[in-house]
Design a binder for this molecule. Structure first.
Ligand SMILES: NC(=O)c1ccc[n+]([C@@H]2O[C@H](COP(=O)([O-])OP(=O)(O)OC[C@H]3O[C@@H](n4cnc5c(N)ncnc54)[C@H](O)[C@@H]3O)[C@@H](O)[C@H]2O)c1
Length: 232
């Protein structure tokens, strides 16, 4: 069975690819510079080629993403547009291309890696949080429309996960401790389970939602953040 993973070269995408390979999938990665998820033309052509050469895509994981931080009133038009283009429109382009092909086969599962920031306000993350909220809502609506075709669509919402996206924000030795203990001045609670996530923690949740063990689960948003959003 073919699994398509966007952002496969990144921390979480690579962990998902390894996990799905262990589960018996043949994983096809989609990442820059070969395919840009912001281009519907590139995405359509890539999915066409994968299906022609490798076979039908049975599982899709939307893990490509970017993070541009900055106070809402200071965000540039470019940062806002780029964030929405990858994190929201990218999910739309790839999910649409794959789902259209899944429908006649009446089989398939899709998981979008969004973020706990999609429903927990965070300073300096307005564009990112908005883009992830859009991706989450899109994936749930897609799940409703595809249910009659036997296709499930779910969301995994990670919190702080040790990948280049997170470590790129770390500016000093206290950054990891601040993530875990929280920053009251920034209205940010810590992580009750006492550590940031490893990419494999997120990959395990993705693999579960794609598997037959989740056969009756669709339109759900599974948070993997060690309790950082307090179950909300
Ligand atoms: N690391 C965290 O703390 C964290 C927390 C919550 C959610 N997430 C989400 O998890 C997903 C994976 O992030 P990560 O932590 O592995 O980050 P990462 O930066 O390690 O990987 C992101 C990957 O996406 C790819 N990508 C970016 N723009 C692309 C484009 N236009 N087309 C194709 N690929 C593109 C990058 O090349 C990279 O390989 C992202 O959607 C991210 O928003 C991460």
């Amino acid at each position: 069975m073919i699994a398509l993973v966007t952002g496969a070269a990144g921390g979480i995408g690579a962990a998902v690819s390894r996990r799905l390979t262990d589960d018996g999938f043949t994983v096809v990665g989609m990442d820059l510079p070969d395919v840009d998820v912001t281009s519907s033309e590139q995405v359509e052509a890539f999915v066409d080629r994968v299906e022609a050469v490798r076979g039908p895509v049975a599982a899709l994981v939307n893990a490509a993403g970017i993070l541009r931080t900055g106070r809402a009133v200071e965000l540039s038009d470019g940062d806002w547009a780029a964030t929405l283009a990858v994190n929201s429109s990218g999910v739309f382009h790839v999910s649409r291309a794959v789902a259209r092909r899944m429908i006649p086969r009446r089989a398939g599962a899709i998981v979008t890696v969004a973020s706990n920031a999609s429903r927990t306000a965070r300073q300096n993350m307005a564009a990112y949080a908005a883009s992830k909220a859009a991706a989450t809502a899109f994936t749930k609506c897609l799940g409703l429309e595809l249910a009659e075709h036997g296709i499930r669509c779910n969301v995994v919402a990670p919190g702080s996960t040790e990948t280049p996206m997170l470590t790129g924000l770390w500016d000093g030795s206290d950054a990891l401790r601040t993530s875990v203990e929280g920053a009251p001045g920034a209205y940010r609670v810590g992580i009750p389970l006492g550590r940031v996530a490893q990419p494999s923690d997120v990959a395990d949740a993705v693999a579960f939602l794609l598997s037959e063990r989740a056969a009756h689960i669709t339109m759900q948003d599974l948070t993997v953040d060690g309790g950082a959003s307090l179950g909300v």
